[in-house]
Design a protein around this ligand. Structure first.
Ligand SMILES: Cc1cc2nc3c(=O)[nH]c(=O)nc-3n(C[C@H](O)[C@H](O)[C@H](O)COP(=O)(O)OP(=O)(O)OC[C@H]3O[C@@H](n4cnc5c(N)ncnc54)[C@H](O)[C@@H]3O)c2cc1C
Length: 509
């Protein structure tokens, strides 16, 4: 995809989507697929908001069963099944162990019942049935670091690369004809419901001002929704009441399966998850009344997560804290406590005539987009039906994973000279587009080298991100296109910043 400002400036669209997180991406894809003339604009980088700092789980949300949100869990499990099919390179099954200790807030029978219901709600989309792990089996699981539980259950969910999935949905929208731009901020809106609205934008890299017109405007700015509503002249109570979520990234200590645990301090669910040669621990869920865009993990957040980790893992396990990251959940305003606030979404039509999509979770983005686009199409008198349910994303493949990987790695080996590990890495991240990335290695052997010795990322990826994925600034490459910014300690990250500089826009060589 390419940023084509000239296609946005002074042009008219059926739909302008503001916000390049997964909500905006999903709607842009669906609407473009139905034949609407769509533009999507993002003030920073795609997925640089909440959609790049999630727990990376495509899940039904076992804990939502406790709050009786059966409908949400059912829909999430069905969407999990679709994402496993449509984006198999970015969404993969993940096994979870659920150890139940004598002092657990939730007793074993309740977990068992919950898991059976979870299996049932997944139906044909289930990955594998949940089960009890016997003490003998548990002994064989090579989990010497976990304090031995009297009961251990196992279930399955899925893990994604959140920012890359968002990028692929935007790529899919672009392939269907949407015009997309990052680093383009909406700065003013003159909205005329029923007629063409005028929207002013600023290119954040050059300062250039551009304008376009749209018949319908969708505010998909997540935590920034109320800010944009005010910019559009809307008043009244805020639609969003964000909560803050923090993760810490620990060095790898050999964990092969994720773990669902209850925090010893407040009984909240938290996860320990193997992720990209590291371990992810999270998340917190606390009220946030601070400034948008200035969110970071505090010492208290990190101590809370480490307290949970240390409570269940044996003292001998002392992984290094390599990074932490924080974000805001754009949940709709309700009087419930942060953890029990609903993850469902609402489409709000404001006094200004602008639609705002608020709430929701990543897992259900496609279904949300379908519902939203149905409403927008009605407004625009378009009757085309949604067709994203079974649409493969650009890197998606329909053959079995092992067949795809063995054929693909052989081909990347003989065509581009890649080792098996490097080939699998590219196939895992780019799916059937891996050849486009590997192709750079033919032009320049140095591009076949690793970016950092501890991680499989290759230099050729930076070239691909620059040419095909609209990466401009160092952070675009390090946080949203690769995940190096979340995985490396600060010292290693500094070295990588030097390597990425020649690929960045406005680089002076
Ligand atoms: C800690 C945490 C963990 C989570 N874990 C999971 C999980 O494991 N699974 C799951 O299903 N869900 C999870 N979620 C929820 C999920 O991540 C969010 O619901 C989802 O990412 C929200 O996407 P969004 O597009 O609405 O918002 P965002 O991703 O925040 O996107 C909004 C975008 O709008 C842009 N923007 C703002 N103002 C303007 C403007 N004026 N002009 C142009 N652009 C603008 C912003 O820069 C931003 O990129 C988690 C959330 C958090 C916080």
């Amino acid at each position: 995809m390419r940023k084509e400002l000239n296609l946005i400036a002074n042009n008219q669209f059926d739909l302008l989507v503001i916000g390049g997180g997964i909500t905006g991406a999903g709607v842009a894809h669906d609407a473009a697929t139905r034949g609407l003339k769509v533009a999507l604009v993002e003030k920073k980088d795609f997925a640089s908001g909440t959609s790049g700092i999630s727990s990376k789980l495509v899940h039904g949300g076992l804990r939502y069963l406790e709050h009786g949100q059966i409908g949400l869990v059912y829909e999430s499990l069905q969407e999990r099944g679709r994402l496993l099919r449509n984006a198999p390179h970015l969404v993969k099954p993940l096994s979870f162990f659920l150890p139940v200790y004598a002092d657990s807030r939730v007793p074993g029978w309740k977990w068992r019942t919950g898991l059976k219901l979870y299996d049932l709600l997944a139906g044909f989309a289930n990955i594998a049935p949940s089960k009890t792990i016997s003490p003998i089996e548990l002994g064989k699981q090579n989990l010497p670091w976990v304090k031995f539980p009297p009961l251990c259950l196992q279930y399955f969910d899925a893990q994604m690369d959140d920012s890359r999935l968002c990028l692929e949905v935007i790529e899919a929208a672009w392939q269907m004809g949407a015009t997309v731009a990052n680093h383009l901020e909406v700065t003013a809106l003159d909205l005329f419901p029923g007629r063409l609205s005028r929207i002013q934008m600023r290119d954040c890299l050059t300062g250039e001002q551009v304008e376009c017109e749209a018949r319908v405007v969708l505010n998909a700015t997540g935590p920034w929704s109320d800010q944009l509503r005010k910019l559009a002249g809307e008043s009244g109570p805020d639609l969003i009441k964000p909560t803050k979520g923090v993760h810490i990234v620990l060095s790898d200590f050999g964990l092969k399966t994720a773990m669902l645990l209850l925090h010893p301090k407040d009984g909240r669910v938290f996860f320990i998850i193997p992720w990209m040669n590291r371990t992810l621990v999270g998340t917190t869920d606390t009220e946030w009344d601070g400034q948008l865009g200035k969110i970071s993990a505090t010492n208290d957040d990190i101590d809370y997560l480490m307290e949970g980790f240390n409570h269940f893992l044996k003292p001998a396990v002392k992984p290094e804290v390599m990074q932490s990251f924080a974000g805001l959940r754009p949940l709709f305003n309700a009087e419930a406590s942060p953890s029990s606030r609903s993850r469902e979404f609402k489409l709000h039509l404001g006094q200004s005539g602008m639609f705002s999509a608020v709430g929701g979770k990543y897992t259900t983005y496609r279904a949300m987009a379908q519902e939203i686009t149905d409403v927008l199409c009605k407004k625009l008198d378009v009757t085309n039906a949604c067709s994203t349910m079974n649409a493969l994303l650009p890197g998606g493949f329909s053959v079995k994973r092992n067949v795809f990987e063995s054929n693909g790695s052989r081909e990347l080996g003989w065509r581009f000279g890649l080792s098996l590990i490097d080939a699998i890495h590219l196939l895992d991240r780019y799916g059937k587009r891996a050849g486009l990335v590997a192709n750079y290695c033919l032009q320049n052997k140095e591009l076949a080298e690793r970016i950092d010795p501890s991680l499989p990322d290759l230099m050729c990826e930076f070239a691909f991100h620059r040419d095909f994925e609209m990466a401009c600034l160092p952070d675009d490459f390090l946080y949203q296109r690769t995940r190096l910014g979340l995985l490396l300690d600060n010292k290693s990250l500094e070295k990588v910043r030097i390597k990425v500089a020649p690929f960045c826009k406005n680089h002076q060589s």
